[in-house]
Design a protein around this ligand. Structure first.
Ligand SMILES: C[S@@+](CC[C@H](N)C(=O)[O-])C[C@H]1O[C@@H](n2cnc3c(N)ncnc32)[C@H](O)[C@@H]1O
Length: 255
């Protein structure tokens, strides 16, 4: 058994407990879907997949992954990482803009689509989500990770930036003005509505990093296993879920 990117791998399949607060909840949801499809080689599309933190382990688990990303540097790092992991043949790097996704991928050809930390930065998330949904085969699944608005309000407030906290809390898009690095953030209801409007059925919503960003580094670094365990325990439970730094939605295109 080897460890890679917070996921234990064995005989080409994802296995074992995920290890980091940033990824544990997401891998736990994805692992359930992969186990449900046990034995199938899935076609995976990772939009804004960056350097392959999810793509490479999925390829190592035997799936074929296309990563669409706007950044040539990220794609170069992805390609190197895939080669080092011995899965270059199962990872395709495609430079492109998520806003133009519809023109980049074949419709109804994908079993699993990932879109993590991207909908906050694209020009308009609705057509991107429509393109994600259109890329899925009927019965295919979408893993979508977005920034949480409530956590960002609290983070600014506890750091003393009450004006920014107030602006962010009042903004229907969940942004804190022109200097904000993100264009929008979500609560669970708005994120679900975005996916539902594209014809996807939301099956699960989890909070990612409910606690991790709130703890002193000494606690997070000193008790990593306990933190992951607590993140997993709280992820699906309101009100903890709704205060997480990110919200993870798992949705499906109806069969
Ligand atoms: C925060 S990173 C997330 C990477 C990866 N999905 C993850 O969760 O680790 C955002 C990624 O989205 C890419 N990106 C940003 N805007 C994009 C766009 N309009 N179209 C495609 N990719 C984009 C960036 O290049 C970057 O690799």
């Amino acid at each position: 058994m080897t460890r890679l990117d917070g996921v234990e791998q064995t005989r080409g399949r994802l296995a074992g407990p995920p290890l980091t607060p940033r990824t544990a909840v997401i891998w736990s949801v994805l692992r359930t879907e992969l186990e449900r499809r046990d034995g199938d080689e899935l076609t995976v599309l990772d939009v804004g997949g960056g350097t392959g933190g999810f793509a490479v382990p999925l390829a190592q688990a035997g799936h074929r992954v296309t990563v669409v990303d706007a950044s040539p540097d990220a794609l170069a790092a992805l390609t190197r990482r895939a080669a080092e992991a011995g899965v270059a043949a199962r990872v395709r790097a495609l430079q492109g803009d998520g806003d133009a996704l519809a023109g980049l991928v074949e419709p109804a050809g994908v079993d699993l689509v990932l879109c993590h930390s991207v909908l906050e930065v694209v020009d308009d998330p609705a057509p991107v989500v429509a393109a994600l949904a259109a890329a899925l085969r009927p019965g295919g699944a979408a893993s979508v990770l977005v920034a949480g608005q409530a956590a960002a309000v609290l983070a600014r407030a506890v750091n003393g930036h009450l004006d920014q906290a107030a602006a962010l809390a009042a903004d229907p898009a969940g942004a804190a003005g022109p200097r904000d690095t993100l264009r929008r953030r979500y609560d669970a209801g708005r994120a679900a509505a975005l996916l539902t409007a594209a014809g996807l059925v939301v099956e699960e919503t989890h909070g990612v990093r409910v606690l991790a960003d709130l703890l002193p580094a000494a606690v997070a670094d000193g008790q990593p296993a306990a933190l992951v365990e607590l993140e997993l325990a709280l992820a699906a439970r309101p009100p903890y879920r709704d205060l997480a730094a990110q919200l993870h939605l798992f949705a499906r295109r109806p069969a």
